[in-house]
Ligand binder design. Sequence first.
Ligand code: FAD
Ligand code: DLZ
Ligand code: SF4
Length: 517
Amino acid sequence: MSAKACRNLILILGDQLSADISSLRQADPEADVIFMAEVMAEATYVPHHKKKIVFLFSAMRHFAQELRDAGWTVNYVQLDDTDNSGSFEGEVRRAVRRLTPERVVVTEPGEWRVLENMGQWQDDLGLPVEIRTDSRFFCDASTFRGWADGRKQLRMENFYREMRKSTGLLMEGDKPAGGKWNYDAENRKPAKQDLFMPAPLQFEPDAITQDVLYLVEQRFESHIGQLAPFWFAVTREQAEDAFHHFLDEALENFGTYQDAMLRGEKFLYHAVISAYLNAGLLSPKTVCEKVVEAYYADNCPLNAAEGFIRQILGWREYVRGIYWLKMPGYARENALKGSRPLPAFYWTGETSMKCVQEAVGQTLEEAYAHHIQRLMVTGNFALLAGVDPVEVHEWYLAVYADAYEWVELPNTLGMSQFADGGLLASKPYISSGNYINKMSDYCQNCDYNVRNKTGEGACPFNALYWDFLDRHTDELGTNPRLGQPYATWRRMPDDTKQEYLDSAKVFLEKLDAGERV
Ligand code: FAD
Ligand code: DLZ
Ligand code: SF4
């Protein structure tokens, strides 16, 4: 096809790698050109983990190849191509000059900053830019706005029930399967080292991935994270194989051990599919349907199926709804006025706290940590220590292969850091060492003693927990869900309270001085 024949220039972003993406609807391989670009601005607006960049560039290159094989004309700019301007708008401008399309078509991006920038393209380019709704989600932004409208509280559980009813997933008539909406109470069992742990399916890098590994090694040397071994799926077919492997090997125990943590066990019974879902290699609708099928075929118990469906149909859709409802102001919220810089050990894993060492260590290795590690170890510590939520947010956005702002920001700033003042979570997710000890074997292998409450060698989470509650009495003292800990704190003798506060102070001074903690 000659450049003159280009009717629509269809831009596909790195997290839109789905053959049924809305920008391709009514497209014509004879008249339209697909455009994809690796750009420095996207790879560096936070210092993404090296594995995340390899995953995305390799998946983009494979997707472009699949589209070409299916008869499309794909114009693909690689990071090192001469004259690559380094940004979406620069590359779209160059493509428009080259191909002189009648208009640009794109599916809405997942991040507010990109959408805001796209809003100017029509004027800048002097041709129509059509931005289409992303139909890969169960609930679009305007439907969510309708649900949220007039509600005093925007709780996930209420949203989730509506979604169960509207999709019919795990519904039996108008009743939830098994009679209950939520089986979370069955999903809190600690794991033991002697359980059989299935590993996620791993893939050998092919020639395309090898090229990208070399590129990232050369061009992103200063970014964090280990490159090898690189084993992620980079095509739809591989991602589907990885998901089926989860269905066969891990789904059965997914619910029961959802909150467990074990030394050296990076994945436990988690699906390890978020990077694939968020980039578009897997469809959220299909994975939910497959899990419902597995339940009705007696291949997994209800607490596993419901737990899985709740994460995808509930949490994943809900956080996206909150993001688009509350942006751009949401990113600046700081209800508890956290101001401490993010400790350096978040980038190195060099700390004596075994739980943090494990969570950060595997993050640097794999660009992956499971939910409870993110929430109750690294998130919990940052919240207790009063870290600036923007720094916490930028860390999570950089280090995880599944991180895009629409999903990461509400999880970090809202769920984990309570920086939205309780819009998303009814109470802060905080704990002393006791919770981590109950759910993991980390404490048995830690330099600190979880049973010691204060003083040298005591688990830092213990004193920080009470210090946090004391520090935030004004904001949290009347929170009904914190009634019990505040009552305990108030009943404590003054000298015990003081010991906690002094212990926390000594710890935080060491942290601020950059000493190893
Ligand atoms: P599983 O435990 O196997 O769950 C299955 C799927 O459910 C996941 O793949 C994911 O798509 C979905 N899911 C589960 N919990 C959530 C949730 N809270 N929000 C949205 N989807 C969910 N998830 C991301 O996809 N990207 C992020 O950037 C991200 N940042 C997070 C930051 C913090 C501070 C916290 C506490 C959680 C974050 N999560 C994020 C949610 C969750 O931790 C990951 O989705 C999960 O760990 C991915 O691993 P998995 O595929 O093995 O998930
Ligand atoms: C995350 C990312 C990275 C690292 N690189 C690119 C890229 O070079 N080209 C691209 O199209 N997308 C990339 N992405 C994903 C985008 O950041 C993502 O599409 C936007 O943030 C909107 O969600
Ligand atoms: Fe973490 Fe405290 Fe347990 Fe050590 S003792 S692993 S710091 S919770």
